[in-house]
Design a protein around this ligand. Sequence first.
Ligand code: DGY
Length: 309
Amino acid sequence: MLLITRDLPPDVMARARREHQTRELHLQAALSPQTLLENLSGVSAILCTTRDTFDAALIAALPSSIRVIATSSVGVEHIDLEAAAARGIEIRNTPGVLTAATAELTLLLMLMAARRAGEGERLLRAGNWTGFSPTFLLGRDVSGKALGIFGMGRIGRAFAHMARALDMTIHYHNRTRLSPELEDGAIYHADDESFLSAIDFLSINAPGGEATRHWLNAERIARLKPGAIVVNTGRGSSVDDEALIAALQSGHVAATGLDVFNNEPALHPGYLALENAVLLPHIGSATVETRNAMGFLALDGINEVLNGV
Ligand code: DGY
């Protein structure tokens, strides 16, 4: 039996029901450990998302029938991997299939933030447009500027590829340097000081978790050039919200585009008051094609474990 925590796209649900006996929780809010544990009799596989936290305590309490937890996400920081390994539970995720969609959204946020698109749309809808003016709603050029990518994994590299079409110079900061083939001309910075001072745009594409928690803090923001633009489609936890909000208020950071937040969906209220913040509700991978591909890949992972192939 396959337990599905929340509704995935119709084609994914249809395939899951064709291939498995399913138990469906249809959750809308965060997963409650008690609800999960009450629904696990006869279950050997769980299909979840990043909203479902499997910490060490919950994993320890899972019945021995559970052989695999598949998350329809590339991120796995909501699952305690060590605890799962200790219980012999396999974890599957969905890398690769959401790369293009998330890179596209990163590009969208960068352009929207640079060109003040959210602000313009709000103003127009509020009936406050008084007509074309040479000094009205001036943003920043993107073409030809220096883009810094923190986290040059699949999504970071796909975004770099798109940004090259805008003649941007690509810089990146990673724990390790990529091969020349993957680097594709991007400039590597082993230390974040030289990285942050070299760029006009910063894109956070790193995974979440302890290693990147509040990576973008007041100290690192101060190293950015005045007027830099910050985009985050990785994880909200990589940003110290108080520090970014203060920099947006002072103008040291000219604008931001965020798709991910600390404590989603309860984002820091300071962002809501800022015209220079473009805010999206974690929709990086939210296209029909991509969400289908993610669900199918998660099901492939489950079948692989259950069928031992
Ligand atoms: C992911 O795949 O990790 C995205 O953030 C969607 O949850």
